[in-house]
Design a protein around this ligand. Structure first.
Ligand code: NAG
Ligand code: NAG
Ligand code: NAG
Length: 476
């Protein structure tokens, strides 16, 4: 009967349609993923030869002496010291190579290796940084942030299946191996160098870079949708130290030499970047980092504390004359004043970095376009870069710094009061809650914890002694 036949045909068609829909639903993310993966690989296949072709054809800079630890001073200018001994030998070849690379950026015809409109957080955290990162991610989620996180690892040797396939996805984070993109021997890109490449190959168009030990106190999504980020596409935070790039660097990169008072060195454990506006910055920063350990790290830093990728991003932006916002409020050390009998000892445990939106507002609202710091406003704390110690009990966390001069367990973050006020809540307590939770849920799971025993008990004991709290309920 034609009627029944039509029904059968219609049913078959419906089944076919549903199967197709099902197929599309389940295939599309994979397809997109593999396309993105191909685009990343293509980008690398175009970029890698350029990085190699425009390698400086000269010996590495030789430092005589060191810029040392000079505090940044925004008022009194100091002369820019030059410690490069073989200046005459390297200036022209490095400039020629730099010119060549910058020129090649205009013709680079690479595909977009990111997904338009996406926002997220990028980090790198192999080995002993992985447990620290998991604590940080627990704290990120406590701010109610839903931003996805991409965790870059150098290669297979850093891949921890349990963490990458179970623990991190539950925190909306996933692992990406740099070696799977470059498909070549990437031992050349390691340590600090990884950051520029991780940002370059991340999925996100606009992103926050976060060091594994850098704890957000509020949902960072806000920073990606407001000024000064939306108006510049690049926001950096200051270090304690003055910018000690060698004068010769500014000749090499053909840009005016900035006054020492104009901005501090960068503390690049926190960075906001938009690839829509700053892809060239990122590519030039990748160049500086690829040739960093030999050439650009000594040139940009000259022996000041913390040589590495830190100053490559801002200098890349200024070399290309692209806009940026460098947060003005300096970082503030937090720690404890240990007092016993007549002795007092300061202990640094980390530092606070402020809300760039509030920093921008405070420094804009002053009369005559002058800084508004005199108005007595202090931007709120937004991050605690908790590096000394990191909240990783498998590392140095359960060490001497947890005890006061009297030998008893003590709080870490009690000084200075102003900084604690700008944090606005008992962040140390919250951090310990998550540290206990991570240590007790994943004891024995992280590769770097395999030889440690009693981590859970150790952090629990400190928690009980200092916070006198009820036992933390361990989630997972
Ligand atoms: C997160 O969301 C919960 C549920 O809406 C709310 O109770 C809590 O106060 C929020 N936390 C923060 C830090 O905003
Ligand atoms: C990678 O390169 C380094 C240095 O160039 C070399 O020592 C190492 O053996 C290489 N590894 C592989 C797997 O090719
Ligand atoms: C654990 O101890 C063994 C034996 O001493 C050693 O070979 C291994 O490298 C250690 N692993 C870690 C992650 O420290």
């Amino acid at each position: 009967m034609p009627g029944a036949r039509r029904t059968i045909v219609a049913s078959l068609f419906l089944v076919f349609l549903l199967l197709n829909l099902h197929y599309l639903r389940h295939q599309r993310p994979k397809c997109q993923h593999s396309t993105l993966h191909d685009q990343r690989s293509q980008l690398w296949q175009q970029l890698h030869p350029l990085l190699a072709r425009y390698a400086p054809q000269c010996p590495a800079p030789i430092l005589r002496g060191s810029a040392g630890a000079v505090r940044f001073d925004s008022v009194t200018p100091i002369p820019r010291e030059d410690y490069i001994e073989n200046r005459n030998e390297i200036e022209l070849p490095m400039q020629t190579a730099h010119d060549g690379f910058v020129q090649s950026l205009h013709t680079l015809n690479s595909p977009r290796a990111f997904i338009s409109g996406t926002k997220g957080i990028v980090t790198a955290a192999g080995g002993t940084y992985l447990p620290t990162l998991v604590v940080t991610l627990h704290l990120l989620r406590r701010t109610n942030s839903t931003l996805p996180v991409e965790v870059f690892l150098q290669d297979d040797s850093e891949y921890e299946a349990e963490i990458c396939e179970r623990v991190l996805p539950a925190l909306n984070a996933n692992c990406i191996l740099l070696s799977s993109i470059t498909n070549t021997n990437t031992t050349r890109i390691k340590g600090y160098q990884l950051k520029a490449f991780a940002i370059l190959f991340s999925t996100f168009e606009t992103l926050l870079w976060l060091d594994a030990d850098n704890i957000p106190l509020h949902d960072p999504a806000l920073l990606l949708t407001s000024a000064p980020f939306t108006t510049t596409g690049l926001v950096t935070w200051p270090d304690f130290w003055t910018n000690t790039a060698a004068g010769i660097y500014f000749t090499i990169s053909r840009q005016p030499t900035p006054e020492s008072t104009s901005r501090a060195s960068t503390e690049a454990g926190t960075l906001l970047l938009s690839k829509r506006t700053h892809l060239p910055t990122l590519l030039l920063a990748a160049y500086y980092n690829f040739h960093g350990p030999e050439y650009y790290y000594p040139l940009l830093n000259q022996g000041a504390p913390g040589a590495g990728d830190k100053d490559t991003f801002l200098h890349a932006a200024t070399a290309l004359d692209l806009p940026f916002y460098a947060v003005r409020t300096p970082p503030v050390d937090i720690g404890r004043m240990n007092t016993a009998a007549k002795a007092t000892a300061a202990l640094n445990a980390g530092f606070v970095q402020v809300d760039p939106g509030e920093d921008f507002a405070v420094h804009r609202m002053g009369p005559d376009g002058r800084k508004g710091a005199g108005l007595g406003l202090t931007p709120r704390a937004f991050f605690i870069h908790a590096g000394a110690p990191e909240f990783n009990p498998g590392k140095e966390l359960l060490g001497r710094k947890l005890r006061g001069l009297d030998g008893r367990p003590a709080r870490l973050w009690t000084y200075p009061p102003m900084a604690l006020e700008s944090i606005g809540f008992d962040a140390e307590r919250v951090v310990w809650e998550e540290t206990v939770s991570v240590a007790c849920a994943y004891e024995g799971l992280f590769v770097s914890w395999r030889n440690n025993t009693g981590l859970c008990e150790g952090v629990r004991a400190h928690w009980r002694a200092v916070f006198k709290g009820d036992d933390v309920v361990v989630g997972g």
